[in-house]
Design a protein around this ligand. Structure first.
Ligand SMILES: O=C(O)CCC(=O)C(=O)O
Ligand SMILES: [Fe+2]
Length: 306
C-alpha cells in the first residue's frame, strides 16, 4: 500500500503550496487535514447519504435522472462501457434538482455541504495557481462566479440489486478506472476502503479519519502543462460492507476555454495541449456515461504532437 501525501491546511500558505506541488507532481492526489469543513457537517452529510440510499427502490426511482435533466438518482452509470456497481445521486446548477419529497434535512445538509466544498476548492485552486507561478486568481476566474461544479453521492452496495434484471451486466468494479474530467475533486470516503489509484500498480487509498481526499482532474493537468498529473483511479466492488462516499467536482464554467497557463510552460517546452472547450469535452465524456458509444473521448485526444 502506498501512502498518499498528507497536507495540513492549517500550515502557512507557502508550506501548503510546496506540499501541493510535491503531491501533485508525483501523485495528483493527497489527503487534507485540518480543513474548514467542520466535522459535524461531514458526519451529517454522510449519514444523510446513507439514509437516502436505504430508501426503497420506488422512492429512489421517484427522483431518477432523465435524458433532459442530469440531476437525481441513477443506478446504471457506465464507465469505459461497463456498468459500475453503484448507485448515485447528483445535484448542481443549471437544471431543477429532484430533491426527495419530505426530506428537508437531506436537502439542507447537502446544500450546505456542497457550498462549503465549493469554497474550500476555490481556496485550493488559488494555491494551485500560485504553485504554477501565476497570480492567485488566475484559475479562479474559470470557476467563479459561473461554474459547472456538482456534487455526487455514491453508494457501492455489497449486493447488486440489478443482478437479475435486464440492466447491462455489472463490471467487476464499483467504478472502472478513469481520471476526473474537471478541475479538482473533494472526496469524503466514510470509513470503508475501496478507492484505488494507479501508481506503478493499483494501490488502496484508505480513508484517514477526519481527512478529505483531494485529487486533480484533467483540466488542472492541462493548465499545468503536465506538471501535475490527474491520477487514474477506480473503486473496488464492495464486499463485506456497503460503502458510501460524497464527491464534490469543481468544474469550470461551461464557456471556459482551457489551455496551458503561460507561466506553467517551461522556456524550453511548448504547450502540450491544443485549445479545449470545456463544454465540448464535458459533453463528449458524458456521452460515455450514458451509453456505449465506442471509445470515450479522453484528454489524450487533445494533446499536441511533441
Ligand atoms: O467513491 C470514491 O471514492 C471515488 C468516486 C469517484 O472516483 C468518482 O465518482 O469519480
Ligand atoms: Fe473519479
Amino acid at each position: 500500500m502506498t501512502q498518499i501525501p498528507l497536507i495540513n491546511f492549517e500550515d502557512d500558505p507557502a508550506t501548503v503550496r510546496e506540499a501541493i506541488i510535491e503531491a501533485c507532481e508525483d501523485y495528483g492526489i493527497f489527503n487534507l487535514v485540518n480543513h474548514p469543513l467542520a466535522n459535524d457537517i461531514n458526519r451529517d452529510a454522510l449519514s444523510e447519504t446513507t439514509l437516502f440510499f436505504t430508501q426503497s427502490m420506488a422512492e429512489k426511482q421517484a427522483v431518477v435522472r432523465t435524458l433532459d435533466n442530469p440531476w437525481g438518482y441513477y443506478d446504471r452509470e457506465l464507465t469505459k462501457q461497463r456498468r459500475d456497481r453503484k448507485e448515485i445521486f447528483d445535484f448542481g446548477p443549471g437544471f431543477s434538482i429532484p430533491w426527495p419529497a419530505g426530506r428537508q434535512h437531506f436537502r439542507r445538509t447537502m446544500e450546505l455541504y456542497s457550498d462549503r466544498c465549493r469554497h474550500l476548492s476555490l481556496d485550493l485552486l488559488d494555491a494551485f495557481s500560485q504553485a504554477l507561478g501565476a497570480e492567485s486568481s488566475a484559475l479562479r476566474n474559470a470557476f467563479d462566479p459561473a461554474h459547472s461544479s456538482f456534487t455526487r453521492l455514491n453508494y457501492y452496495p455489497v449486493n447488486d440489486a440489478l443482478a437479475d434484471t435486464d440492466a447491462p451486466a455489472a463490471g467487476p468494479l464499483g467504478i472502472s478506472e478513469h481520471t476526473d474530467a474537471g478541475g479538482l475533486k473533494v472526496l469524503q470516503q466514510g470509513d470503508v476502503a475501496g478507492l484505488q489509484i494507479y501508481h506503478d500498480g493499483w494501490h488502496d487509498v484508505s480513508p484517514v479519519k477526519g481527512a478529505l481526499t483531494i485529487n486533480i482532474g484533467d483540466m488542472l493537468q492541462v493548465w499545468s502543462n503536465d506538471r501535475f498529473k490527474a491520477p487514474l483511479h477506480r473503486v473496488r466492488a464492495s464486499s463485506g460492507s456497503d460503502r458510501y462516499s460524497i464527491v464534490f467536482f469543481l468544474n469550470p464554467a461551461m464557456d471556459c476555454v482551457v489551455t496551458p497557463l503561460p507561466s506553467a510552460i517551461n522556456s524550453r517546452d511548448k504547450p502540450h495541449y491544443r485549445r479545449l472547450s470545456w463544454r465540448e469535452f464535458r459533453e463528449l465524456r458524458a456521452q460515455g456515461d450514458y451509453g456505449d458509444y465506442g471509445e470515450e473521448v479522453q484528454i489524450k485526444h487533445y494533446r499536441t504532437e511533441t
